[in-house]
Design a protein around this ligand. Structure first.
Ligand SMILES: Cc1cc2nc3c(=O)[nH]c(=O)nc-3n(C[C@H](O)[C@H](O)[C@H](O)COP(=O)(O)O)c2cc1C
Length: 183
């Protein structure tokens, strides 16, 4: 697939199964992420790979996150535990901001988002399905700490990556007229 084909045809695929990327493919996905535009080359990102049994540990952490917020509903807590099992492999992309007089935290967050999009496109180009999720866990210090982040870090996205299960969504034509203007 050409780069343009990948860019023009990417879509999210929430229904995923195994196999996920192997070590070489994962390496390519992460290399693609780290080619993202990054003002000042601050490298404000950290990528955490979660696969196999560790997905359940992350699920447990999600459950704790809800419990700490006062959620007691067992069904909701159980759903949180199982959430990371929706794909064989996850990549959490964390914003790990660097103090800089000119390059703001926001701008550094944009770089992490660009990196995650690149990772998503690389996964797509390798034939995998992928979906980007966040939710309340992304900014919860309990989850960030469990992922090895520092205080003040945040998860910009959890990429769920795996083999597509079922048909892909139909791509709808994007009407650009109302979104694009010429200055
Ligand atoms: C920053 C960000 C956070 C997102 N968080 C979630 C999420 O928590 N749950 C979800 O179902 N989709 C989430 N999405 C949206 C999906 O990843 C996806 O883009 C959306 O379902 C539209 O599908 P498409 O990518 O095929 O156009 C998020 C997207 C972004 C960019």
């Amino acid at each position: 697939m050409s780069t343009l084909d990948t860019l023009l045809n990417r879509n999210s695929h929430p229904r995923l199964t195994g196999p996920g990327p192997d070590a070489t493919q994962l390496q390519m996905i992460l290399q693609a992420a780290s080619r993202a535009p990054d003002h000042g080359r601050l490298r404000p990102w950290r990528f955490v790979v979660i696969a196999g049994e560790r997905r359940l540990s992350l699920g447990e952490c999600f459950r704790e996150s809800l419990a700490l917020k006062g959620v007691v509903d067992e069904a909701q807590l159980e759903k949180a535990v199982k959430a990371p099992l929706r794909a064989p492999l996850l990549v959490a992309g964390l914003l790990h901001p660097v103090e800089h007089e000119k390059i703001s935290r926001d701008e550094q967050g944009h770089a992490v988002a660009a990196a995650l999009h690149a990772a998503q496109l690389a996964a797509d180009a390798l034939g995998f399905g992928c979906v980007w999720r966040t939710g309340g866990y992304a900014t919860d210090p309990h989850v960030v700490e469990a992922l090895g982040g520092d205080p003040g870090d945040q998860v910009i996205g959890f990429l769920y990556i795996g083999t597509r299960e079922g048909p892909s969504k139909l791509l709808v034509e994007e009407p650009l007229e109302s979104l694009v203007s010429y200055f």
